[in-house]
Structures are given as structure tokens and as C-alpha cells.
Design a protein around this ligand. Structure first.
Ligand SMILES: Cc1cc2nc3c(=O)[nH]c(=O)nc-3n(C[C@H](O)[C@H](O)[C@H](O)COP(=O)(O)OP(=O)(O)OC[C@H]3O[C@@H](n4cnc5c(N)ncnc54)[C@H](O)[C@@H]3O)c2cc1C
Length: 410
């Protein structure tokens, strides 16, 4: 078993590490300063556009896109495999509010681009995928609803009714990431075209709804532990009230929504886990820098056994997580997303849980500074914590993983 990265990955890692040092980390403070002066906090600071232009120029662009069989999709993306992309996504996770956007590798656009690449027709790809790949617009994925337990997608109540050459969409969604950003021009909406259908997994469809369609109301920004998450375009409550779109906006066929949602989530989950490992690395780095430079009770924090234990445990955990994520990426490349189902669920359970704990220790090591706005730790913690919920709560993955495990003995 070869644990080394291949030559292409190494080349891109070197480039990306330099890009982070020269452009991304210095831009973190600049982005916040610029945002404070914007007319709306949801507008994009100018420095983000500059980062995107530089990343594109350096070929650090659309690295995430592999095709539906998890073979590299050179037509649209950079032609990387999941295994090649994993260590790069990890590096972007060190600055999760800027780097993924700079490289056009940010959720939810990545999942939406994958859906359009795999299931969109030619006209849909031309109208929406191309500007998304060019980084000219942003997008959102609207599935979760406040009124129903949305971790079970069969509960979704939004209606998509056929009416002549149109579909009419009615429903209320929340926590729709990215939707507060005015650059977010298109929603992929999940709803029911056949609510009474016998097969509960064939009742749902997905449809493209342009933001400027009459009846679309981006109502408010939901908070995440008090944060509004400006850099991710927020997490909006969105109401669809008699929203009429052409029938040609349906993605795939009527009843295909559930299957598309399943396909969308595999890569999305591993991308989150890759970036989470980068977030943990950033937390450990900050802890070490802090620990060697602060003294309490006559010793540096680094000389305290308890702080050493935190650092050692974090290193052990990160190495374990990274190996499992890389194995999962390799499986997705070799046997496909379906064949990697158990491992995708395993990393989605293991990574947020462990990274929340690592960041929590980093917060503790920073004292009051850890919960403050002067370090990224509090926001990193909130982001990692939400990933125990977003893209499927832990318990749902545990249930399905355990069922597959038990099946071997029934
Ligand atoms: C920051 C953030 C961003 C998000 N972005 C998006 C987005 O862009 N688009 C979108 O559509 N949604 C988004 N979501 C919503 C997210 O996907 C849902 O919150 C998630 O799927 C859970 O659905 P729910 O909130 O309705 O919880 P529910 O379905 O009500 O579940 C609540 C709890 O019940 C328990 N539970 C549920 N099922 C089981 C089970 N089978 N066994 C045991 N326990 C169970 C779990 O503990 C679960 O956490 C986002 C959420 C957050 C926090």
C-alpha cells in the first residue's frame, strides 16, 4: 500500500499551500474589514473576487468535479479523482470561509454543479452549469422544511404541480445555504410532484427555480449559534408562493428527486469531511503557537501536561480520520459512491464529532480569546458542530450503517 500522494497531487498541493500563504490567510482580515463597509453584509467583498481571479489564473479552479462514475471529469473540472482532490480540499478547510469559494469548490455550489453535470439536460447545463463553473453566479439547494422532519426526505411537503407547460411550486424551506447572497441566482428545489404515489421514494422531483421568479421570497437569515455566516451567503428561510417555472426546468424525470438527492450527498459529505480535517489542523496549529508563547503559573502552556495531552490526542485523531477519509475517496474512485456507502457514512459520523472536540480543546487553550472574534476558533467550532446535523444527522447515518452491518447476521 502506497501512502504517498501522486505527482499531480503533490504539484497542486505545493501550489495551493503557497496560494494560501500568499493570498488567502492575508485576505481573511481584509474580507472582514471590507464587509463592514458594504451596503449589505450579504454582498461579496472585493477581495473574494480578486482571490477567485488569482486561483483561476493559477489553475486552482473547479478541482472538485468528478463524474457520476467517480472517474475524473476533464470536460468540466480539473480532471482529478476523489483521492487527488481530498488533500487539496483539506488545505482549503484551513480557511473554510474563503478558500473553497476562491477555488470555486464551495458548497452548496459544488453539489449543485454535480447535479447539473450528471442529471441536467443540455439547455440546463448551458444556462446554469456554465456560469457556475465560471464562478459568475452562486446557487442554493432547497430541501429542508421547518414544518417536517427533513432528515427523512419522504416527509417533504413542498408541492410541484404540473400546469400546462409549467410547474407551480409552493412551499417553505429553511437553512438554505448561500441564499442570502444576491449572487445566488438559482435554486434547486426538492418537492413532491406525486404526493399520493404508491412508492414513497418516487413522489419527489427536483426543479430549477431562478431567484428572480415572482413568488420567490428570501425571507430571513437563520442563525448558526448566533452567527449569520455572511461568508457562506447565510442560511435563509425561503418561501415559494405560486412560483411558476417552465416545465423544462425539471431536472431529470418526475419522481427522480429522491435518487438525485442521494447521488448529490455522497461527494458533498466527503468534501465536508476533507475540509473538517483542515479545520482541525488549523486549530492544532493555533493551539501550539499559543501554547509556546503564553505563561501561566511559571510555565508556558506548552509545558503543561494537560495541554500536551490535548495536542497529542488531536494529532492521533487527525491521522486516523485522514486515513479513513482517503480510503473512502479511493473507494469512491474504484468501486463508485454506492460501493463506498458504509465508509461515506463512517466518515460523516466520525469526522465532525472528533473535530468538534479538537476545536473545543483549542478554544480552551486560548482562554477567553478562544470564544472571541479575534481568533477563528469559535466560528470554526460552530461550523464543525453543525456538520453533525447538516447533510444528514449522525443518528440517521448510524441507523443505516448499523442496519447494513446487522444484515450480515440475519
Ligand atoms: C448550517 C446548516 C446548513 C444547512 N444547509 C442546508 C441547505 O443548504 N439546504 C437544505 O435543504 N438543508 C440544509 N440544512 C438542513 C439540514 O440538512 C437538516 O437540518 C438536516 O437534514 C436535519 O433535518 P431537520 O433539521 O428537519 O431535523 P429532523 O429531521 O427533525 O431531525 C431532528 C433529530 O432527530 C433525530 N433523528 C432523526 N431521524 C432519526 C433516526 N432515523 N434515528 C434516530 N434519530 C433520528 C436526530 O437526532 C436529528 O438530529 C442545513 C442545516 C444547517 C444547520
Amino acid at each position: 500500500m502506497d501512502f504517498a500522494f501522486d505527482a499531480r497531487t503533490e504539484e497542486l498541493r505545493t501550489k495551493l499551500l503557497a496560494f494560501m500563504d500568499e493570498h488567502v490567510y492575508p485576505a481573511e482580515a481584509v474580507a472582514e474589514e471590507q464587509r463592514a463597509l458594504l451596503a449589505s453584509p450579504w454582498d461579496t467583498p472585493a477581495v473574494v473576487g480578486e482571490l477567485k481571479a488569482e486561483a483561476k489564473r493559477q489553475g486552482l479552479w473547479n478541482l472538485f468535479l468528478v463524474d457520476q462514475h467517480s472517474l475524473p471529469d476533464a470536460e468540466y473540472g480539473a480532471g482529478l479523482t476523489n483521492l487527488q482532490y481530498a488533500p487539496l480540499a483539506e488545505i482549503t478547510g484551513r480557511s473554510p470561509h474563503l478558500a473553497p469559494t476562491a477555488l470555486n469548490c464551495a458548497a452548496p455550489d459544488t453539489g449543485n454543479m454535480e447535479v447539473l453535470a450528471q442529471f441536467g439536460d443540455e439547455a440546463q447545463r448551458k444556462q446554469w452549469l456554465e456560469p457556475l463553473l465560471a464562478g459568475e453566479i452562486r446557487s442554493a439547494f432547497a430541501m429542508t422544511e421547518p414544518e417536517v422532519a427533513s432528515s427523512d426526505a419522504t416527509n417533504i411537503e413542498t408541492r410541484i404541480r404540473r400546469d400546462g407547460d409549467s410547474y407551480v411550486v409552493d412551499g417553505r424551506k429553511w437553512y438554505i445555504s448561500g441564499a442570502m447572497n444576491p449572487d445566488c441566482k438559482i435554486f434547486i428545489v426538492m418537492g413532491k410532484t406525486d404526493p399520493d404515489g404508491a412508492d414513497i421514494r418516487r413522489q419527489q422531483s427536483m426543479i430549477l427555480v431562478p431567484r428572480d421568479t415572482p413568488g420567490v421570497e428570501v425571507r430571513r437569515a437563520m442563525q448558526v449559534y448566533g452567527y449569520e455566516d455572511h461568508s457562506h451567503g447565510g442560511h435563509a428561510e425561503v418561501v415559494f408562493d405560486g412560483v411558476r417555472v417552465p416545465a423544462s426546468n425539471l431536472i431529470g424525470e418526475e419522481g427522480g428527486g429522491f435518487a438525485i438527492a442521494q447521488a448529490r450527498l455522497g461527494p458533498g459529505r466527503i468534501h465536508h469531511c476533507m475540509r473538517l480535517i483542515g479545520m482541525a489542523e488549523r486549530a492544532v496549529e493555533l493551539t501550539c503557537r499559543r501554547a509556546v508563547s503564553r505563561t501561566a503559573f511559571g510555565k508556558t502552556l506548552a509545558q503543561q501536561g494537560v495541554v500536551q495531552n490535548w495536542i497529542a490526542d488531536a494529532r492521533v485523531t487527525i491521522e486516523q480520520l485522514r486515513l479513513l477519509v482517503l480510503k473512502t475517496a479511493w473507494l469512491m474512485d474504484t468501486v463508485g459512491n454506492r460501493g463506498a456507502h458504509t465508509e461515506i457514512q463512517a466518515i460523516k459520523i466520525a469526522t465532525p464529532r472528533a473535530v468538534v472536540d479538537i476545536i473545543d480543546k483549542a478554544v480552551q487553550a486560548h482562554g477567553a480569546g478562544g470564544v472571541s472574534q479575534d481568533f477563528p476558533l469559535a466560528e470554526l467550532w460552530a461550523a464543525a458542530r453543525t456538520l453533525k446535523l447538516a447533510d444528514g444527522p449522525d443518528e440517521v447515518h448510524q441507523r443505516s450503517l448499523a442496519r447494513r452491518e446487522l444484515k450480515k447476521y440475519l
